[in-house]
Design a protein around this ligand. Structure first.
Ligand code: AMP
Length: 440
């Protein structure tokens, strides 16, 4: 694999990357950076957690470097690069990365998103700023209020374009592209390519370089996946049992609705599991605080909807749990991409009730996988025939490894008030997975 300087990045950038601890480019970076540096439009299929932010930011910073200056005049700092994202969290994440990437280069950068006052953002924009990371809605607010000018934009990034489409932003994106000069470069990154995304590319991009470093809609192959069949009414107990039994240090638990997120968070808290929720009704400051608490480790389980979890970059998150399968099969790929980031290994557990089998079929079709349902002892679902042949855990399964740990504290956790589950001694629920997780 070539090093960053061999890809054409100069010393101010490569030294900043060394400070970030990046030793060599990821696959998407190695594939995208030379094309982006050459000024080509790019249509990249990139999984979450593959290093896609640096794949579009680094060549762009390199290309804009000649504009770097320390003048105080706003006219010397027009917007040269616009990065559009579907969510505030993703915008904030990119902004945080840019602080590192830009530390040796005199280009100004900012982030603008809704849910926070617009006036301070206007002040920053009026002073001049070369790189603006923005959510679609807030960018349009600024445009309407004439606090941003886009006639000097040279590079447009559309990050997680598939999500912008799902969230209904695609017409607004088209509107924004039309505000830009004709000769701008467009870098479009998307986990999946829906026909509307291809159409957008056809309409606005000039002979884009197509970059696919992983099979489209593929699930990250460093994520171990388990599909656990269970009755709907047992899911809460099973979730708590998995958290205790597998000694899960931290996980994101995905639910489809805000109300389920709230219910599950309350249930976990009742069981003395440090949980917090993240969904669209939370204020921006609440969301950022929850995220900070999770990153610090004060929150063990983050219960979230898809939209709220989008753009979270939590390194080394070991587990993702689908409390319910997503309605859109593509979201399964996004969800499990929250673990196994930047080459680390991760485990994705999905709790599957009878009514979710159609959703499961769609996911397996989309991801071209042939995964078998598993059962957990004492949580066998009533709907799966007794003749069903569950998958046997593989020898080097992370779950198996965890379950093999002879940790008495993990084996028998007290879960107050859950006597109904007892098969053992009063007041205790054994971690039922141990030592035979998944074996029937
Ligand atoms: P992204 O896909 O952009 O969200 O990046 C996922 C994670 O990988 C982030 O924590 C990045 O800081 C990290 N990362 C990106 N590029 C590299 C690299 N070349 N080496 C190590 N870590 C990286």
């Amino acid at each position: 694999m070539a090093l960053f300087n061999e890809l054409g990045l100069s010393t101010p950038i490569t030294t900043a990357l060394a400070d970030c601890g990046y030793t060599e480019p990821t696959a998407i970076q190695a594939a995208a950076i030379p094309h982006a540096l050459a000024g080509n439009d790019i249509l990249a299929a990139a999984q979450t957690g593959t290093g896609k932010t640096a794949a579009f930011m680094l060549p762009s910073i390199e290309r804009l470097q000649h504009h770097a200056n320390s003048s105080v005049s706003p006219a010397m700092h027009p917007v040269r690069m616009l990065v559009l994202t579907p969510t505030r969290e993703l915008a904030d994440q990119i902004y945080a990365n840019n602080k590192n990437y830009l530390k040796n280069i005199n280009l100004r950068h900012t982030v603008i998103f809704g849910g926070t006052p617009i006036e301070p953002q206007k002040t920053v924009l009026q002073q001049g700023c070369e790189i603006v990371v923005a959510t679609v809605g807030r960018l349009l607010d600024h445009w309407e209020q004439k606090s941003i000018s886009l006639n000097k934009v040279e590079i447009l990034v559309l990050d997680e374009a598939d999500r912008m489409l799902d969230m209904g932003f695609i017409d607004d994106v088209r509107k924004i592209i039309k505000m830009l000069p004709d000769n701008r470069q467009i870098l479009l990154f998307s986990a999946t390519f829906a026909p509307e995304i291809r159409k957008l590319a056809e309409d606005f991009m000039h002979q884009p370089q197509i970059i696919e470093t992983a099979a489209q809609n593929a699930t990250a192959d460093n994520v171990e996946q388990h599909l656990i069949a269970v009755d709907e009414w047992r899911k809460k107990d099973l979730l708590a049992t998995l958290i205790h039994g597998l000694n899960i240090p931290q996980a994101i638990v995905f639910c489809n609705k805000k109300i389920t997120v709230s219910q599950i968070t309350r249930d976990l808290l009742k069981r003395n599991i440090a949980a917090a929720s993240l969904h669209g009704d939370k204020s921006q400051s609440e969301r950022l605080k929850t995220l900070a608490d999770f990153k610090k480790g004060d929150v063990r389980i983050l219960v979230a909807t898809d939209v709220a979890a989008r753009g979270l970059d939590i390194s080394e998150l070991p587990f993702v749990i689908n409390y319910e399968l997503p309605q859109q099969a593509e979201d399964y790929v996004h969800r499990i991409g929250r673990t196994g980031r930047a080459g680390a290994n991760g485990v994705a557990l999905s709790l599957i009730a009878d009514a979710e089998q159609k959703l499961l079929d769609a996911i397996l079709r989309l991801t071209s996988q042939d995964l078998k349902l598993e059962q957990i002892e004492h949580f066998e679902p009533s709907w799966l025939g007794s003749s069903y042949q569950s998958r046997q855990p593989e020898k080097n399964s992370a779950i198996k490894k965890i379950s093999d740990k002879n940790d008495p504290a993990a084996k028998c956790e007290k879960i107050p008030g859950r006597k109904r589950l007892l098969r053992g001694r009063q007041g205790e629920v054994c971690a039922l997975l141990l030592p035979n997780f998944g074996v029937r």
